[in-house]
Design a protein around this ligand. Structure first.
Ligand code: MRU
Length: 405
């Protein structure tokens, strides 16, 4: 059991983008093949690929798909630039909160910044090469961040983490969970509390799975249990990731992060944010300026279940064949429940949503929240650790970013 056995999340293969469909993990590890940038945008919006660092690389690969299908055939420079900007805009806005997505697109845009001297075909090759290089750099940054972070902890540390910041949230290795992986290799991890992370359960589905794969002692809790395990003295450190860190050190991350920071303060538990510098946005003064993604209310008004159907005899198989003869088949269900059956690659799968709330309910479903810098003990990056003793890390953040440039 080792981190190295975890799957790579997203990669370029045969002029397509392949990614592990995280909407179906951990029960199914399907690989999605995206042939077009629009297909990859759909995967981004549905969270088939997710997590700030992975989104950065997905943004670059989406541009590479556009280039593969369309851009490399446009020889007129002005037409190329116009279309490039439209597509870049569309990809960067697929999910607004993590800065990494627009950063990833921006890395590709940098390639066409100057007067275009390359042919569209040469440009295409450099776009794919840059996207692949970004994927490699992501892994290297995460490993460096993991090493810096692990130094902060001693033997027998009990962590609490939120959402998924593991290998699946990156191209490979992970950020906050990467710190835990590294600390575990050094014999320092006693236990990890895994916040379920409602409503999409990235903790319960993805982090719990990664920790099991690596063999790290862990236990799943619902988000509302975090206060109790802290009060019992069972948590030495809270560690989680970031979708965006602003100039003043405010952190925007998965909904629930802010609450954990307040709880950690109350219980005198250090609160660590682990993120690559690609998640730092020095263009925004503070967290209040970040656009928070609001997602489909159905995510909190019911439960989604996906799975495979395994017909035990030929009669059932024939019935499923008949139902899916035209592709996917929507089953008639009452009470607003919803279920479709699909036939894919010789098997049958289902996607279902069951309403668990009154149909008239009003709901609010922000995917992220903002944690003020004063609640963060330290920021762990691939360039080093910023200790936040004063509660105002803005100068240290600026120095770190300027040192990188
Ligand atoms: O909505 P998601 O699953 O993309 O949200 C992911 C998070 O909030 C992570 O904590 C964050 O991106 C850091 S991932 C290393």
């Amino acid at each position: 059991m080792s981190v190295e056995n975890l799957p790579r999340t997203i990669w370029w293969e045969d002029d397509t983008v392949r990614l592990i469909d995280q909407t179906r993990l951990p029960l199914q590890g399907d690989v999605l093949v995206c042939n077009t940038y629009q297909g990859l945008i759909t995967a981004i919006k549905s969270l088939a690929v997710r997590g700030a660092p992975a989104l950065g690389v997905a943004g670059a690969y989406a541009m590479a798909l556009w280039s593969q299908v369309e851009g490399r055939f446009i020889e007129d420079v002005e037409e190329y630039k116009t279309r490039f900007s439209q597509v870049a805009e569309e990809i960067a806005h697929a999910r607004p909160t993590a800065i990494n997505l627009s950063w990833g697109v921006g890395q590709i845009a940098d390639l066409i910044k100057d007067d275009r001297r390359m042919s569209a075909e040469e440009l295409h090759e450099s776009i794919v090469a840059r996207a692949n290089e970004m994927a490699e750099q992501d892994e290297a940054a995460n490993r460096a961040l993991g090493a810096f972070g692990a130094e902060l902890f001693g033997e027998g540390t009990k962590f609490l983490t939120h959402c998924n910041t593991g290998s699946l949230a990156t191209v490979f290795f992970g950020t906050a969970l990467g710190v835990i992986f590294t600390a575990f290799e050094q014999g320092k991890v006693e236990h990890v509390w895994v916040d379920e992370t409602r409503p999409l359960n990235q903790g319960g589905r993805l982090t719990a799975w990664e920790l099991l794969q690596v063999g790290i002692p862990s236990a799943l809790i619902t988000d509302s249990m975090a206060a109790d395990v802290m009060a019992k003295g069972w948590v030495d450190a809270v560690i989680l990731g970031a979708d965006r860190i602003c100039s003043n050190g405010d952190v925007v991350n998965k909904i629930g992060t802010y609450g954990l920071s307040v709880l950690a303060k109350e219980h005198d538990i250090p609160f660590y944010v682990a993120a690559p510098t690609t998640s730092v946005d020095t263009s925004l003064a503070c967290g209040a300026d970040v656009e928070i993604e609001e997602r489909d209310p159905r995510e909190i008004e019911g439960v989604t279940v996906t799975g495979k159907l395994d017909p035990s005899d030929s009669t059932v198989a024939h019935a499923l064949d008949a139902l899916t003869a035209q592709g996917s088949c929507e089953l008639p269900m009452s009470k607003g429940h919803h279920m479709t059956i699909d036939r894919k690659g010789g098997g049958y799968s289902f996607d279902a949503w069951f309403r668990t709330t009154p149909p008239q309910v009003m709901s609010f479903n922000p995917a992220f929240d903002m944690t003020p810098a004063k609640n963060v003990t330290a920021y762990i990056t691939e360039l080093g650790v910023i200790h936040n003793e004063t509660g105002d890390p803005s100068k240290a953040i600026r120095d770190l970013i300027e040192g990188k440039e």
